[in-house]
Design a protein around this ligand. Structure first.
Ligand code: PMP
Length: 466
């Protein structure tokens, strides 16, 4: 059995690709100047794509072109209402095409990946058993616990893609009860950026009569996701990580669980017919389409933005995007490897294929302090903390929950364990200069120390301005 991550595109060098995507795609904010605590200004280096990526210029232009024509969706008789309704429903088709959906799949628009996975948890049949690795993002770990009738089986952290498949197979084979089962797995880790063997996990799930949902929040912005080819039952992702930060997300996949469950939200739009009964009660007939779970006025701007991003990425070509991102990853990894005090966190090892998301700790540094200095002294935006994947980061740091120390005093003196990590993440809009500045900043901070003093304020490390 191959454990090569299935979603991986094949291009190895940007130059080898015919795509124009060897250049960064234009994004908003690329010329924003931010002040440095040490004086002067510098263009902001957004290296926190894994949290939220900047909007693609193309997405913004599409939204701006549509904005004057904005109207109610599914409600009005007017021209702009009809136009907006068409735009909304065509966006559904564009997203289905982007994900390679099967003919009878549904595409439900939500607010985010978190919302999508909570929706799936709400519609799972009674008594479903859920299997999820403890290494998942909290959005994948937690929604199932909202249902008293769902048993959640947490699987221990695998140390290779092969071990992930074996762990899942063992857990599914040992499943005591009959009945529906669901596996929830990430496509790319929001902590290590490592790709998970989605196709193999899907095969294991199906071989044991389980279904599988792919958390593609971190995968979709970096790699093509093909729901049919990967043979996953559902895919969830967020617009704001896919260069479309206007408050919409997607759950796409098998229609049956969605059609048979009670609506996620009850209200207009989800109901096809609401009629008075002779006894004074009310009868409701719910839609059986995606609208069943989209009650209320839909976020047409957010949805159109996602469709626009899907088209922009497809037209730019994932082959070139992947190749270019690999070059950026190689640059960051090579730069960090030259600083012995830096430890990059990894579950699957150095050779594991990954997207542009890397977490690390710096010996002798409090991670919050380090991230604050990157921002204040270099204009670089990264994230520090546990990245809403506490069990995974704890495993990688080999540390137990504790309050991090004051940022002025390093929590991780040489030989001690860090309590938090630093994450750098990038993607289609990242110019080389941003990762080069980041590598230089890490080297200088470790060699020379911070040039400013910092203090803890409301739990955050901030420059001490006296
Ligand atoms: N899954 C993964 C892997 C993520 O990285 C995130 C966001 N960090 C989520 C789910 C949740 O996404 P959202 O906050 O957009 O709901």
């Amino acid at each position: 059995m191959s454990t090569r991550p299935s979603a991986l595109a094949s291009a190895d060098s940007c130059a080898a690709s015919s795509s124009a995507a060897c250049e960064p795609l234009p994004v908003l904010g690329s010329d924003v100047l931010v002040p440095l605590v040490t004086g002067g200004e510098v263009t902001y280096a957004a290296l926190d794509y894994a949290a939220s990526a900047p909007a693609l210029r193309r997405v913004w232009d599409d939204i701006a072109a549509y904005a004057p024509y904005y109207g109610s969706v599914h409600r009005g008789a007017g021209y702009l209402s009809q136009l907006s309704t068409d735009l909304f429903e065509n966006s559904r088709k564009d997203v289905a095409a982007f994900l390679g959906c099967r003919a009878d799949d549904q595409v439900v628009f939500t607010r985010s990946t978190t919302d999508s996975l909570n929706l799936l948890a709400a519609v799972a049949p009674r008594g479903t058993q859920v299997f999820v690795f403890e290494t998942e993002h909290h959005a994948s770990l937690l929604p199932w616990r909202q249902r008293a009738d769902i048993a959640v089986h947490y699987l221990s952290a695998p140390r290779s893609p092969r071990q992930a498949v074996e762990t899942l197979e063992t857990a599914l084979a040992g499943r005591a009860a009959e009945g529906p089962a669901l596996v929830c797995v990430t496509g790319a880790s929001n902590v290590t950026g490592e790709l998970w063997p989605v196709r193999e996990l899907a095969a294991a799930a199906h071989a044991h009569g389980a279904r599988i949902v792919l958390d593609a929040a971190q995968l979709a912005p970096h790699h093509p996701v093909d729901i049919a080819a990967a043979d996953v039952d559902w895919v969830a992702f967020s617009g704001h990580k896919l260069y479309a930060p206007f408050g919409a997300g997607v759950l796409a996949g098998r229609a049956d669980w969605l059609r048979e469950a009670q609506p996620y939200l009850a209200g207009g739009g989800a109901s096809r017919k609401v009629a008075r009964r002779d006894d004074g009660g009310i009868d409701v007939e719910w839609h059986t389409t995606a609208a069943r779970h989209e009650a209320g006025s839909p976020n047409v701007i957010g949805v159109y933005a996602i469709a626009s991003a899907c088209k922009a990425l497809t037209e730019a070509g994932f082959e070139g995007l992947v190749a270019r991102e690999r070059q950026l990853i190689a640059k960051v990894r090579a730069g960090l490897a030259e600083v012995p005090e830096v430890r990059v966190l990894s579950l699957f090892g150095d050779d594991a294929p990954r997207v542009g998301v890397l977490s690390f700790v710096v010996e002798g540094w409090n991670s919050s302090h380090f991230a604050a200095a990157l921002s204040a002294e270099y204009g670089i935006g990264v994230r520090d903390g546990l990245f809403c994947a506490h069990p995974l980061v704890r495993t990688l740091l080999d540390s137990e929950p504790d309050e991090p120390g004051e940022c002025g005093a390093p929590e991780a003196a040489p030989g001690e364990r860090a309590l938090n990590a630093i994450r750098v993440s990038f993607g289609a809009g990242t110019p080389d200069e941003h990762v080069e500045r980041f590598v230089r900043a890490v080297r200088e901070l470790v060699r020379d120390g911070a040039r400013w003093s910092y203090r803890t304020e409301d739990g955050r490390c901030v420059p001490d301005r006296g």
